[in-house]
Design a protein. Structure first.
Length: 237
């Protein structure tokens, strides 16, 4: 697994669509993200199958439960062979530490390297207003994101998911080696779809983020392999 990389979001409805897409890649094996839709529809076999094809996998299930449940679930994800996975930082530092323990136990049992564990701070769909009014968090959303990132670091997590615009803030608070994984990547002039704050691959590179998650600019492109190569060239240089 590379230290910096482009992760393609496999936001497809089922295995058939996913495999149709992946079989276009004959010369390279992109790092891919499997989300809830595909995982809950197809089950863990989809992870094993894509892993067997040689791809690194970010399993995006955003766990949030009592610490022991999360630990046991993480152990099973480690046994599945995922390379990166995530949880909600809102589950507390204790839950995050248990999650790390689960991943470590699973990695030892499987004889694999431990998967990277990434925290979700505040979802980009949560506005500051809703966070304050409904969740009763009496802080600015940026302060909340930084505090959750600091908690994640304290628990031993490898990094957080954030918008490219928040990545600099997180790096300032948690240090350069604390990973940032950033969606919301678009080329200037392209359709932004439901994303609001977007950044180009080159700008994401300049900001210093570690992994970018790119979905539709690659999956809906006329030539997805060419689109993937362009994103890689612009982000990785
Ligand atoms: O198609 P697009 O490039 O917008 O896809 C971005 C991917 O990143 C999707 O899988 C989306 O669910 C995910 N994501 C996001 N914003 C977050 C967290 C995850 O867009 N804050």
């Amino acid at each position: 697994m590379n230290k910096k990389d482009v992760i393609i979001a496999l936001d497809f409805k089922d295995r058939a669509e996913t495999m149709d897409f992946l079989q276009r890649f004959t010369d390279e094996k992109p790092f891919v993200k499997i989300g809830m839709e595909l995982f809950y529809g197809e089950g863990p076999d989809i992870v094993r199958e894509i892993k067997d094809r040689g791809h690194s996998i970010f399993l995006d299930l955003k766990l949030h439960d009592i610490p022991m449940t999360v630990k046991k679930a993480m152990k099973n994800l480690a046994l599945l062979g995922v390379d990166m996975t995530n949880l909600h930082c809102a589950g507390t530092i204790e839950m995050m530490k248990y999650a790390m323990d689960g991943l470590t136990e699973g990695a030892l049992e499987a004889g694999r390297e431990k998967a990277l564990l990434i925290g979700v701070t505040q979802l980009t769909s949560t506005s500051e207003e809703r966070m304050q009014k409904e969740l009763l968090i009496n802080a600015s959303i940026n302060d909340c994101i930084v505090k959750y990132a600091e908690n994640a670091k304290e628990a031993g997590l490898d990094g957080v998911v954030c918008s490219p615009l928040e990545a600099a803030m997180v790096k300032d608070a948690c240090g350069k080696s604390f990973l940032t994984v950033t969606p919301g990547i678009r080329y200037p002039g392209a359709e932004v779809q439901d994303q609001v704050r977007v950044t180009s691959p080159a700008d994401a590179r300049a900001i210093g983020t570690d992994y970018i998650v790119v979905g539709r600019p690659i999956t809906k492109a006329e030539d997805p392999v060419a689109a993937y190569r362009k994103v890689c060239a612009d982000f990785l240089g």
